[in-house]
Ligand binder design. Structure first.
Ligand code: 13P
Length: 282
């Protein structure tokens, strides 16, 4: 049984100078593929679902899939609500059995983001579920949610936000964006160091698909303890499936192309775990 919260794994990563890979999953195949990679790499891992993914199949289905898969492995596995977009959804995820919750009030004004996050933290801490929040705005498109006016996290605001909300981890906006980058992303890593110096909770990097490996590692060196990957997994899954169907267009057994898609995702996740430095940390 290795179904755990994100609290201890992130605290250990924070102290150990590496990061936990957090991978967005959409279906049973992706769940299995990510957990298989974590097992192969002996790495703690976070699987996460966004609100649009939850809309697709329901919180309980992802919970049941991840819990069942986690029970068969020795590595620590956490299930996290990514970009929870309302108090209600955050609380439902907690009740369903998610072991970690993000409330994303980053579109709100600072005061409102603080108030919303604090409400979720108060409810979740009663049952020991850690909460991630976002301050500043990560740009780009993540499922149904699009941000066209990104804004960097102000270190001073981060200090106040963490003190007033009691949040367990903080997603920072330093120039990454969700989805595909048009050019090479330019990250404000000095801002990250400044936030790290002033805030003592683990920090989270969103929008890591397409960020060059050295840049992700630089962010980890400067204090990131959780790195989110979604778009690259979706691409890998789709590529695996398309390749299989191209080779054998007459196939009608979903297990066949499902296995091919899983193989692509597992391979990618192993690479990302190595990049995060969490290999062998289970
Ligand atoms: P990418 O889609 O850019 O990997 O971002 C993932 C993410 O931050 C999920 O919250």
């Amino acid at each position: 049984m290795a179904f755990v919260t994100t609290k201890q794994m992130m605290a250990l990563a924070d102290r150990g100078g590496y990061a936990i890979g957090a991978f967005n999953v959409e279906n049973m195949e992706m769940v299995k593929a990510v957990i298989k990679a974590a097992e192969q790499m002996e790495a703690p891992v976070i699987l996460q679902t966004t609100p649009s993914t939850v809309k697709y199949a329901g919180l309980s289905l992802y919970y049941a899939n991840v819990k069942a898969a986690a029970e068969n492995v020795k590595v620590p596995v956490a299930l996290h609500l990514d970009h929870g977009n309302s108090y209600g959804l955050a609380i439902q995820a907690m009740y369903t059995g998610y072991t970690s919750v993000m409330i994303d009030g980053s579109k709100e004004l600072l005061e409102e983001n603080i108030a919303l996050t604090k409400r979720v933290v108060d409810a979740c801490s009663a049952v020991g579920v850690p909460v991630e929040a976002e301050l500043g705005k990560v740009g780009g498109k993540e499922d149904d949610s699009e941000c066209n006016d990104p804004g960097y996290t102000e270190p001073e605001d981060a200090v106040r936000f963490v003190a007033e909300t009691g949040v367990q981890s903080l997603a920072v906006a330093i120039g990454t964006a969700h989805g595909i980058y048009k050019g090479e992303p330019k990250l404000d890593v000095d801002r990250l160091s400044e936030i790290r110096k002033r805030v003592d909770v683990p920090l989270v990097l969103h929008g890591a698909s397409g960020v060059p490996a050295e840049l992700v590692q630089e962010c980890i060196r400067r204090g990131i303890s959780k790195v989110n990957f979604a778009t690259e997994l979706r691409i890998a899954y789709s590529e695996g499936l398309k390749e299989y169907l191209k080779k054998d267009p007459n196939v009608f057994d979903p297990k066949k192309y499902g296995a091919a898609a899983m193989g692509y995702v597992t391979e990618l996740v192993c690479q990302k775990i190595a990049l995060c430095g969490s290999q062998g940390k289970a």
